[in-house]
Design a binder for this molecule. Structure first.
Ligand SMILES: NC(=O)c1ccc[n+]([C@@H]2O[C@H](COP(=O)([O-])OP(=O)(O)OC[C@H]3O[C@@H](n4cnc5c(N)ncnc54)[C@H](OP(=O)(O)O)[C@@H]3O)[C@@H](O)[C@H]2O)c1
Length: 278
């Protein structure tokens, strides 16, 4: 299987940082893209050299000359660099039949369309870092000029590094706060639970493995059985048993509202981040 790019047209990644490199690696490993069909761009020469040796693809600071042969551009810079990239694309004469995919937190397609001043197909995507191990969660949302084919192409790209769903763009900030930031919440909970294991006498490495595999297994139970988490929790809680005692302590600590407030606060900050794309 391949991405089925038009003949002699390439995929470029503008912003070869953590996410940009992860996506390229995922596409190569899934066999959807050959290194000779890809290029990348970064701000510093140091990053360019690192990426070229790590991934075996051209990585440049000035990509204007590469735009004409490019069918898909993944934009993976920070939100505050949106205007700089739009300016570079405009000056470089980006082709109107290029698909532009932005993973920038908070930056709307309307903002990009306004910055670029060229009618072109945009897809906004929100992946997360578990894409590194092929277990990412991404949503993709179409812009005004994106066709069903553009959307399917974007879906194929992100499905190479995990699961992918198509959503309305209105959900993107909330998704960023929930699954984009979500790994950080999970790591925090895992760290706290591993500490708890140490508190009750377990060696740290054993405690961490128990917690990580338990989180992975529980996630798979939700995804693969399709059962409600509350029903799955009921299966673990025997009357007057230890689990219901532990659950009660979590409820006393207001864990539900703490988690909800965390996602609410992250959503508010994402909205602000989008405003840095001046
Ligand atoms: N990290 C996450 O969990 C995550 C999840 C979902 C979405 N995102 C989004 O993904 C984007 C990138 O995040 P990241 O964590 O991958 O950041 P990152 O590691 O800092 O990567 C950003 C890259 O952009 C390059 N860059 C900066 N200005 C540029 C320019 N004008 N032209 C070309 N390249 C330029 C930087 O080059 P240098 O290395 O030379 O400075 C760097 O390699 C952000 O917008 C973020 O909102 C991140």
């Amino acid at each position: 299987m391949s991405l089925l790019l038009p003949p002699d047209r390439h995929l470029g990644v503008i912003g070869a940082g953590v996410m940009g490199r992860t996506l390229l690696r995922g596409l190569f490993e899934a066999g959807l893209l050959a290194p000779e069909q890809a290029w990348a761009a970064a701000h510093s020469q140091e990053t360019c050299d690192e990426v070229a040796s790590e991934l075996g693809i051209p990585c440049v600071r000035d990509y204007a000359a590469l735009l004409d042969n490019t069918a898909v551009l993944l934009i993976c810079v920070k939100p505050k660099q949106a205007a700089e990239v739009a300016e570079a694309l405009r000056r470089g004469g980006v082709r109107s039949d290029t698909l532009l995919v932005s993973i920038l937190a908070g930056v709307t397609i309307a903002r990009f369309e306004q910055l670029l001043e060229v009618p072109i197909a945009w897809v906004r995507a929100m992946p997360n870092t578990p894409c590194v191990v092929g277990a990412g969660m991404t949503v993709v949302a179409p812009g005004t000029h994106a066709t069903e084919e553009h959307l399917q192409l974007a879906e194929r790209i992100f499905s190479s590094v995990g699961r992918c769903r198509i959503v309305d763009e209105a959900y993107c900030n909330a998704v960023t706060a929930l699954s984009g930031s979500g790994p950080a919440y999970m790591y925090l909970m895992m760290e706290a639970m591993a500490d708890a294991g140490v508190r009750v006498g377990l060696p740290r490495d054993l405690a961490l493995q128990l917690v990580a595999q338990t989180m992975l297994g529980s996630a798979r139970m939700v995804l693969e059985t399709g059962r409600h988490p509350a029903a799955l929790r009921d299966d673990v809680t025997t009357p007057a048993g230890c689990t219901i005692g532990g659950v009660l302590m979590l409820e006393d600590g207001k864990i539900r509202s703490v988690l909800a407030r965390a996602v609410e606060e992250a959503t508010r900050i994402v909205e602000q981040l989008g405003k840095t794309a001046k």
